[in-house]
Design a protein around this ligand. Sequence first.
Ligand code: N0T
Length: 527
Amino acid sequence: FLVLAGPPAGAADLPRLVEKDGRHALMVDGAPFLMLGVQANNAANYPSQLPKVWPAVKAMHANTLEIPVAWEQIEPTEGKFDFSYVDVLLKQARDNDVKLVLLWFGTWKNNGPQYAPEWVKLDNKRFPRVVNAKGEVKNSLSPHFPATLEADKKAFVALMRHLKAADPDHTVIMIQPENETGTYSAIRDYSPTAQKLFEGPVPAQLVKAMGKTPGTWQAVFGKDADEFFHAWSIGRFVDEVAAAGKRELPLPMYVNAALRDPFKYQDPFTYSSGGPTWNVLEVWKAAAPSIDALAPDIYMRESASVRKTLEQYGRADNALFVPEIGSDKAYARYVYDVLGRHGIGFSPFGLDYTGYSNYPLGAKQVDAETLENFGVHYRLLAPMAREWARLSFTSDVWGVGEADDRKAETLKLGDRWTATVSYGEWQFGSIEAPWMSKAEKQPNREIPDGGALIARLSANEFLVTGYRARVTFGSAKDERFMLARVEEGHFENGQWVFDRVWNGDQSDYGLNLTTLPQVLKVKLATY
Ligand code: N0T
């Protein structure tokens, strides 16, 4: 027989973001990967800081570190590149067995070019800034000048070319070109160059994608014209940067959004206008086909706002990925909402020991306890991360984090079964005895921290896990039903290992998921 050549030895599968039937998977080493991430603080991007980063990654049981690569550090002098930090980072990530997501801090970092080299950010003539409607020059660079695009693109391409050579095993699994693009206190650029474009026709690509008829921006989009123009212009810029980088090394690339109010109209002057906020997702999709996902940075605390945001960004044509979420305890349980909606990854921001905390957005301080708020969930999920990612890509999954009102929620598991997830109860049912104090009857925690996940294994079988929640199954059709078998086990090297059967008190009053790492396989039946 002829033995046909397989992939060349040493060339690992390239990470990819794939979609099937509206579900998504981040493929890493050829299989779906669940990213249990953490983002380092902003100025952690130096070799001196890395020893303060890895211990936090480890303590949280995270499998991926998101960390910046700054334009100013790789190209301090135009045309002279220095990848020494990137090389140290790659080596240490491998030694720590942690995957990387690199954040390209270039033309836009929270709307401004602070992370661009001085030869860029101090040269207004060559790299013009946005001028707002009042004629004020803002710090944000304008997306309309080819010199800016070419300079950013050249540096980003050099980075991707370097990665191609320096990272054959793909320790780097995703790239975020730019960071929270857009402009604060200007809806768009009103400079003469921009104005001329604004008065011209809307590009055919966008007209078609939005189902409109051709015309000027004002004629086609009315009151949204200024913001859509800025979003399109930044989207096109970022797409060109990403596409050029992908020609070197086609890693998955996503962009992150500084969010606007998820429910009601917000004046674009008051948020990062032009970034991928929910109202311009269509514009960004049309402008940036090289971008694999548009992703929300979540710093809203209310569970209703978080869920609304997840609903806006988790779409059949957009993988749900949360590259930043606040670092304090109240945010941790949202990992269950994200995964329950087929999310591919989750990453609290700014958890390391470099000595910074972004309160009031996140935690007041970063210490072992802060890390453990996320660690309790990652410790549970890490051993089953691959299994979960596979189920999320190929099957039905559900999940909720404890809502602000602490109330029980009933999930519909297809048309035959339901699961009610409840919190703050004793394991032995909801019996109230005369000797119980009021506080004992309602043993709620100060901050909601519970959640549960369910995945379909077959028509009547489900995988269940969670933290400080009770899962009570039911029949959606009022059939007489029972838990035929509840197996507790754990995953070892991708294999299910049976530990015991839960029965009697352990299952008569619902399945109580505690602070222990519990994973169950539940078989439902009727009688
Ligand atoms: C985030 C982070 C970092 C409700 C803030 C959030 C990170 C960037 N920006 O620590 O700077 O690099 O992506 C902006 C949140 C705006 C305020 C929202 C109030």
